[in-house]
Design a protein around this ligand. Structure first.
Ligand SMILES: [Zn+2]
Length: 282
């Protein structure tokens, strides 16, 4: 059975881009008789606001979506710590205390998420106190051998986690112990997600997630990366001054089901366009 999910972080209200992403995941599951899950990604301890999660549920209901809610990330901290311990024991993680500025100054490559960490602390045994822990990607890939993954739109992809460099798996902030990469990979496996749907902006991250699945012995889903809604400047739609959130629209009495149907049909509000999607590779 197909299982998809929508996994928002309660650090700001949902906007049209979120609605589109939720509808894609919902409709892909429902069209094939599957399950659509909601997971609240609330481990950013400094920015998460519990009351926003209630707004999210109201937003999804207003859009006419039906979902099953699975445990929030904050209930899984032990699982993240266990996974990090395993990788640490296997010598695949190393501590790093480099600052953003130091990394930007030392980086020689720019990846999809900005300057690629140049591996300054790899093999240097930095003081682990208040350090982030990074994955030694080259060593990890040496142990797993070549990996591939399947995007149901673009077809089979060779995993190239080196594009993102040695990513952080354990953040230095104790209140947010796991990075997005580690938490989401463990969650999707724990929730039995079989089709990971998300925006094109996360396509490169999938290379890393496929590697983590191999290292942690997790089930491997299929992915569906959908185009993003873009603003007038061609950037990913985000909450901007003056652009109403879903909650604003809901409170103003707008018809959420009609909005959802417009998004499905590609009828977008003025100034918003749908970005480029994937095409099947030869
Ligand atoms: Zn470092």
């Amino acid at each position: 059975m197909i299982v998809t999910r929508f996994a928002p972080s309660p650090n700001g209200p949902l906007h049209l881009g979120h609605a589109f992403s939720a509808i894609v995941a919902h409709d892909l599951a429902k069209a094939r008789g599957g399950r659509f899950l909601l997971r609240i990604e609330d481990i950013d301890g400094t920015r998460s606001r519990a009351e926003l999660a209630d707004e999210f549920r109201a937003d999804l209901a207003w859009l006419g979506l039906e979902w099953e809610e699975v445990p929030a990330q904050s209930t899984r901290l032990d699982a993240y710590a266990k996974a990090a311990d395993k990788l640490r024991r296997e010598g695949l993680l190393y501590p790093c205390r480099c600052t953003r500025g130091e990394i930007a100054a030392a980086a020689t490559k720019v990846g999809p998420d900005g300057p690629v960490y140049p591996g300054t602390c790899r093999g240097a045994s930095a003081d682990p106190v208040q350090a982030a822990w990074r994955l030694n990607v080259a060593e990890a890939l040496r142990r797993t051998g070549p990996l591939s993954w399947l995007d149901e739109v673009a077809g089979e992809q060779q995993a190239r986690p080196e594009l993102l460099g040695d990513v952080v798996l354990v953040r230095k902030e104790p209140e947010t112990p796991a990075s997005y990469h580690l938490a989401v990979t463990i969650d999707d496996a724990a929730d039995g997600v079989t089709l990971v749907t998300r925006g094109m902006d996360l396509f490169p991250a999938t290379h890393v997630h496929r590697l983590l699945q191999a290292l942690l012995g997790l089930a491997v889903p299929t992915w569906h990366h959908h185009p993003l809604l873009l603003d007038e400047t061609g950037h990913k739609l985000a909450k901007r001054r003056g652009s109403p959130s879903l909650a604003d629209r809901r409170h103003a009495g707008e018809d959420g089901r009609a909005l959802a149907d417009s998004l499905r049909a590609g009828r977008l509000p003025a100034g918003i366009t749908l970005g480029e999607g994937l095409s099947r590779q030869p």
